[in-house]
Design a protein around this ligand. Structure first.
Ligand code: BEZ
Length: 328
């Protein structure tokens, strides 16, 4: 009787002639846990997530995923997606050996590096493909609120994804301040309280709304712009000056202090705290242009309107009809 033997079959179906692998581009980004390298194949497809892979221990993206991603039948799938293949630190081809005593990132920290990669690429959604340790890392990442480092979550609250991916000097400065804050544990407590906040339950015309004058400012590229617009819709329009600031992200006081100062002056003037002669002088003496600086809620029926005409470069404040020139 013939003996049954286990035979291991490696399925081989390489790319067909004419099917060439797409060009790859390798990048490195700095993260709070050191730099990470990843290789991007294909081009981003509108409204589609990226496929992001994470390899197992002892492998890198190529040794782990090349046979799968270059399998002929796989092409009709992956051609519809941009692919981001992450190499765990020090696993990329040609990586230098880490110095003695180097503290390798924990799997949680490796998961926390993923948002930095996505921010760099400006990708917001992914389909994760992980093997072994890579599957653990991607699962950690998918449990986002629990995995993303507190500092990255806070940065995502403070700044828009666009600002974070541009990674300007300001972002680098604030990432550095928050990541290395000696009181990060205290910041986390404040963050937790913020996340457990109660709804303010404002209602326009209802009992619960602010009765005092309010100046509400939001950058037009702020991460929570919609929430601020909604808040404005619930406030008393006769008491509220709403300013949506152009070319501004999550922190207008950092990125547009001049425009904000100007707006604040008019708000104070509307309350009678600054003489209009002083305002005119201050406004005229300023050098920065406010033209195209702000788009304003155009509710003309309000008694307090902080507004700016982008055509004429004029600002009006307080009682309607009081208009000031702004040097542009
Ligand atoms: C890809 O096309 O995504 C790919 C190509 C080579 C190795 C790994 C992935």
């Amino acid at each position: 009787m013939a003996e049954l033997q286990e035979v291991q079959i490696t399925e081989e179906k390489p790319l067909l002639p004419g099917q060439t692998p797409e060009a790859a581009k390798t990048h490195s980004v700095e993260t709070p846990y050191g730099s990470v390298t990843f290789t991007v194949y294909g081009t981003p497809k509108p409204k589609r997530p990226a496929i992001l892979t994470y390899h197992d221990v002892g492998l890198n993206y190529k040794s782990c995923f090349q046979p799968l991603f270059q399998f002929a039948d796989m092409q009709e799938i992956i051609q519809n997606f941009v692919r981001v293949h992450v190499d765990a630190p020090g696993m990329e081809e040609g990586a230098a050996v880490f110095p003695l005593g180097y503290q390798y990132p924990s799997l949680d920290q490796l998961a926390d590096m993923i948002p930095c990669i996505l921010q760099y690429l400006n990708f917001s959604t992914i389909i994760g493909v992980g093997v072994g340790a890579g599957a653990y890392i991607l699962s950690r990442y998918a449990l986002t609120g629990l995995t993303s480092s507190i500092s990255e979550m806070i940065l995502g609250h403070l700044f828009s994804q666009e600002e974070l991916s541009r990674n300007s000097e300001l972002i680098q400065k604030y990432r550095n301040i928050i990541t290395h804050a000696p009181n990060l544990d205290n910041i986390e407590l404040y963050w937790n309280s913020y996340n457990n906040r109660r709804d303010l339950n404002f209602e326009r015309g209802g009992d619960i709304t602010l009765k005092c004058p309010v100046m509400l400012v939001v950058g037009d590229q702020a991460p929570h712009e919609d929430a601020v617009v909604e808040c404005n819709s619930k406030l008393d329009p006769t008491q509220t000056s709403f300013l949506k600031m152009a070319d501004s992200g999550g922190q207008p006081q950092l990125t547009q202090p001049g425009k904000l100062t100007e707006a604040f002056k008019y708000f104070l003037q509307g309350m009678g705290y600054m003489a209009s002669s002083c305002m005119t002088r201050l406004s005229r003496s300023r050098t920065a242009s406010l033209t195209s600086a702000a788009s304003i809620d155009g509710n003309r029926s309000r008694s307090r309107t902080l507004s700016q005409s982008s055509e004429s470069g004029t600002l009006s404040s307080g009682p309607p009809g009081h208009t000031m020139e702004v040097s542009c």
